[in-house]
Write a protein that binds this ligand. Structure first.
Ligand SMILES: [Cu+2]
Length: 108
């Protein structure tokens, strides 16, 4: 991750992954995986706010918080196939939110 995006060394497919997350940016960053619920889009997940009063479009799945510049952390995550949004609440004002499609193993 860097200021203000995430990139993966290869496409994330469904299942268990050991991720090495390195902050190559100058700011502190985090990585929250929110799973988009059936019937909702990633756009709805990104646009949703508690103040909207609407039902949430996603659920928290996993997160790595407050990674300092130059630091790497290793985490294990188990991702069912589907759509996700990635969040850095710390840098949300810089638009650090991204969508991610997790394909079933063997499919794109
Ligand atoms: Cu960030």
């Amino acid at each position: 991750m860097k200021d203000y995006t995430w990139t993966f060394s290869r496409p994330i497919t469904a299942g268990r992954h050991v991720l090495r997350i390195t902050n190559a940016g100058a700011a502190i960053h985090e990585l929250k995986f929110r799973r988009v619920l059936p019937g909702f889009t990633t756009a709805e997940s990104i646009a949703w706010t508690p103040a909207s009063g609407a039902p949430p479009a996603d659920v928290d799945l996993a997160s790595v918080t407050a990674v300092k510049p130059g630091v790497s952390v290793i985490t294990t995550i188990d991702l069912p196939p589907g759509d996700y949004t990635l969040w850095c609440v710390l840098q949300r004002k810089h638009g650090m939110v991204q969508s991610l499609h997790v394909a079933e193993l063997g499919r794109r």
